[in-house]
Write a protein that binds this ligand. Structure first.
Ligand code: FUL
Length: 633
C-alpha cells in the first residue's frame, strides 16, 4: 500500500510543477491532522482505580466476629476470644454464593470496633489466635482472600480505626499498633481492592480494663490519615481507600439504608488546602435484613424482600454510586437460609433487568456531532462499548440531543444512561422522550446527574421505536457513552423467606398504656415518624395491668437529628410504680448512622405493671427520646 503510493507520487512529480505539488502536500498534512480533538476534561476526573471500581457496581460486605456470638452490634472490647468457634465456617461457599448472585467482590470485617482481629496478628493478643477455633490456628482473612481469588471475586477489608479493646487507644502508642495491623493486612493477603477506614468513634470502651471514655478529637489529626493514605498507596497502589475523612477515594453514601442522594456528584471541593475539586466516588452501604450488621437471633423474619433490594440497587447503583450489601454470618459461620434465598432471588432479578438491552446496536442520530467525526457519532451510545461516546461541539451545553432508532417498537420501563467519566462528571440535568402517537412525549423529566450510570425507572411501560435523550444542562459539552432500554424484571419471591409464613406475635398490645406526659403516647402510636422527646430523661409507662415480657424494642427517632437521641439507657420495671428494679442497661450502638430498631432481652422474663425507660446519655445535648417502644412477650 505504502509502496504503491510512493510510485504514484513520483509519477506525479514528473508530470506537474513543484508549486502544485506543494499545495497538494499541505492538503495531505491538513487531512492527516483533521482527527477531531477529544473534549478537555471537566473538573475532577476519577483515577484508573476509581474507574475500575465504578464498573464493579456491587459487592458483599461480611460482618463476622465476636459480636456474632454476643448479639451486639458494637462490642465493648472485653469479650472473650473463647466465644469465637464457628463449627461450619467455609469461606468458599460464602464466596460462591456471592458470585452466583452476580457480586464482584467481598469486603470482610477483619477488625471491628471491639478490636478483635480475625487474623493471627502480632499487634495484639486479642485475636483469633486466642480462640479455640482450629486450635488457635485459624485465619478468616486468609480464608476469604483465598476463596475470593479462587472464585474470581475481588477481596477487600474493613479495619476499624476505633479499637475498644486496646489499652493504648486514644494515645500515640495505638497509632503504631494500628499501622502494624494495616501493614500486616496489606502485605500478607495478596491483592486488596478496597480498605475501609470507618468514621465511627463512640468514646467509651474497655481499653485494656480502664473502662472509660476516650475522646480522640479530630479523627483526621489523631489517626494521621495523611500518613495512612500514603502508606496504603505505597503498599497497595491499586487499593481503593474508603473514608479516611475524605482523604481516600470513596466516601460513605450518607445512610445505612444503602440509598444515596440524588442528584449525585462524585466530585467534592478539595478540602485539604487545595482549591481544586476532587473526584470522590460514593458507596451506598446496607444489609440484607433490617436487623444489624452482625448476625442476630431471629433476624430471618427481618430479611428484606428481593424487590426491596432492587429498590436499593436503583437508589445506589442507579444514581451513580456502588452498592455494598451486607450478609452476616451466623454462629456456625454460615449464611442463614433466609438470607441465601433472598440474595439468590435478588441476584436473579438484577440479571433479568440487565439481560436485554433493546437499544444495543440500534441506529442513532444526534442534534450535532463534534467535528462531524465518526469518533463521536450518535451510534456510540448504542455500541455496547463503555469507552466510546457521543459528544457535541465544545460550548454546546444545553438543548442538544441524541436519539436511538430501533428497527421495530420495543417495550421498556427502565432507561440507563452513562457518561464517559474519564472526562469528568458533566451533565446536570436531562430529559427522556419517546416518539408516541406521531409526536415526542416526555417519559422522564426528573433526570439530573448521570456519572457512571443512572437507572431511570419510568412511571409506566413505554412502547416506542424512537427514544431521545435531551441534555438540558451540562457543565461542559456532554459525553454520553451508553443509552440502554431495559425492562424492569418480574418480582421474584424468595422461596424460603420466612416473610411468606405468618409472622409470630412480636409485641404486647399497647392500647391500655398510660403516661403522665401526653406527648409520651408518640412512643407507642405505631407511627415511626412521630416521637417522644423530653428534657426529663425518663419515661414512666403504666401498662394498665400486670404483663409478662422478655425484653423490649426501642426505635430511635427517625429524623436524623442527634439532639436528645438516646444512645445509652436503663430499663426498670415495677409492680406498684414506687419500687423499681433495673432489668437492663447499656448502649444503643450506631444509632447516628443507622437508626434501626434495637432489641434488648432481659436475663429473665419480667412481670410488671410499670416500666421506666431512661435515656442516660444522648448523642448530642441532653434529654431522651424514642420513636417507638415495644415489649416482647
Ligand atoms: C459503621 C459501624 O459502626 C457499623 O457497626 C458497621 O460496621 C457499618 C458498616 O459501619 O460505621
Amino acid at each position: 500500500m505504502r509502496l504503491k503510493r510512493t510510485g504514484y507520487i513520483q509519477r506525479y512529480i514528473a508530470k506537474h510543477s513543484v508549486a502544485t505539488l506543494l499545495v497538494l502536500v499541505c492538503a495531505q498534512i491538513c487531512q492527516g491532522n483533521s482527527k477531531v480533538r477529544e473534549p478537555d476534561s471537566c473538573g475532577a476526573v476519577p483515577t484508573e482505580q476509581q474507574i475500575r471500581w465504578h464498573r464493579m457496581e456491587w459487592y458483599a460486605f461480611v460482618h463476622f466476629g465476636l459480636n456474632t456470638y454476643t448479639g451486639k452490634e458494637w462490642g465493648y472490647g472485653n469479650e472473650s476470644p473463647a466465644l469465637f468457634n464457628p463449627a461450619h465456617f467455609d469461606a468458599d461457599s460464602v464466596v460462591k454464593m456471592c458470585k452466583q448472585a452476580g457480586m464482584k467482590g467481598l469486603i470482610f470485617t477483619a477488625k471491628h470496633h471491639d478490636g478483635f482481629c480475625m487474623w493471627p496478628t502480632r499487634s495484639t493478643p486479642h485475636s483469633i489466635s486466642a480462640s479455640p477455633w482450629r486450635n488457635g490456628r485459624g485465619d478468616v482473612v486468609a480464608d476469604f482472600s483465598d476463596a475470593c481469588r479462587q472464585n474470581g471475586l475481588l477481596f477487600g477489608v474493613y479495619l476499624s480505626p476505633w479499637d475498644r479493646n486496646n489499652a493504648h487507644y486514644g494515645r500515640r502508642e495505638y497509632l503504631k499498633v494500628y499501622e502494624d495491623q494495616i501493614r500486616e493486612i496489606l502485605t500478607n493477603y495478596g491483592s486488596i481492592f478496597e480498605i475501609w477506614f470507618d468514621g465511627a468513634n463512640g468514646g467509651d470502651g474497655f481499653y485494656g480494663g480502664s473502662n472509660e471514655i476516650r475522646n480522640i478529637g479530630e479523627a483526621d489529626t489523631y489517626y494521621n490519615y495523611r500518613h495512612i493514605v500514603t502508606l496504603v498507596r505505597k503498599l497497595k497502589p491499586n487499593c481503593i481507600i474508603w473514608g479516611a475523612e475524605k482523604r481516600g477515594d470513596v466516601m460513605w453514601g450518607g445512610s445505612e439504608r444503602g440509598d444515596v442522594q440524588y442528584p449525585l456528584w462524585n466530585v467534592v471541593p478539595e478540602t485539604f488546602g487545595s482549591p481544586q475539586e476532587k473526584w470522590l466516588s460514593i458507596e451506598g452501604d446496607t444489609k440484607i435484613n433490617e436487623a444489624g450488621w452482625f448476625w442476630h437471633e431471629g433476624q430471618d423474619v427481618l430479611v428484606k424482600s428481593p424487590a426491596q433490594l432492587m429498590q436499593t440497587y436503583f437508589d445506589s447503583v442507579g444514581r451513580g454510586a456502588n452498592l455494598i450489601l451486607n450478609i452476616a454470618l451466623n454462629k456456625q459461620g454460615q449464611v442463614d437460609t433466609a438470607d441465601c434465598a433472598v440474595l439468590r432471588a435478588f441476584g436473579e432479578m438484577r440479571r433479568q433487568l440487565l439481560a436485554n438491552d433493546y437499544a444495543l446496536h440500534a441506529s442513532a442520530q444526534a442534534s450535532e456531532v463534534r467535528g462531524q467525526s465518526e469518533e463521536f457519532a450518535a451510534t456510540k451510545v448504542t455500541d455496547g462499548d463503555l469507552e466510546s461516546y457521543w459528544c457535541p461541539e465544545d460550548g454546546t451545553t444545553r438543548g442538544c440531543w441524541v436519539e436511538v432508532r430501533l428497527s421495530e417498537p420495543v417495550s421498556f420501563d427502565v432507561v440507563r444512561v452513562r457518561e464517559q467519566i474519564r472526562l469528568g462528571q458533566r451533565v446536570k440535568s436531562f430529559r427522556i422522550e419517546a416518539w408516541i402517537d406521531e409526536r415526542w412525549q416526555c417519559v422522564d423529566e426528573g433526570g439530573k446527574t448521570i456519572g457512571n450510570q443512572v437507572l431511570r425507572r419510568l412511571d409506566h411501560c413505554v412502547t416506542a421505536q424512537r427514544v431521545r435523550l435531551t441534555i438540558l444542562d451540562s457543565r461542559a459539552c456532554p459525553c454520553i457513552s451508553e443509552i440502554s432500554l431495559l425492562k424492569y424484571p418480574c418480582e421474584i419471591i424468595a422461596e424460603m423467606s420466612p416473610r411468606n409464613s405468618t409472622p409470630e406475635k412480636t409485641s404486647l398490645p399497647r392500647d391500655k398504656w398510660i403516661a403522665r406526659d401526653e406527648e409520651a403516647k408518640k412512643a407507642w402510636d405505631g407511627d415511626a415518624n412521630t416521637y417522644w422527646q423530653s428534657h426529663e430523661n425518663s419515661l414512666v409507662v403504666d401498662l394498665g395491668e400486670d404483663c409478662t415480657f422478655r425484653g423490649f424494642t426501642y426505635l430511635p427517632k427517625q429524623n436524623g437529628d442527634p439532639e436528645g437521641l438516646t444512645d445509652r439507657f436503663t430499663f426498670e420495671i415495677s409492680l406498684d410504680g414506687t419500687t423499681w428494679k433495673k432489668v437492663a442497661s447499656g448502649e444503643f450502638p450506631n444509632v447516628r448512622a443507622d437508626p434501626i430498631p434495637q432489641t434488648i432481652f432481659f436475663t429473665n422474663r419480667a412481670t410488671a405493671r410499670f416500666f421506666r425507660f431512661t435515656g442516660t446519655t444522648a448523642l448530642q445535648g441532653d434529654g431522651a427520646s424514642a420513636a417507638e417502644i415495644l415489649l416482647i412477650p
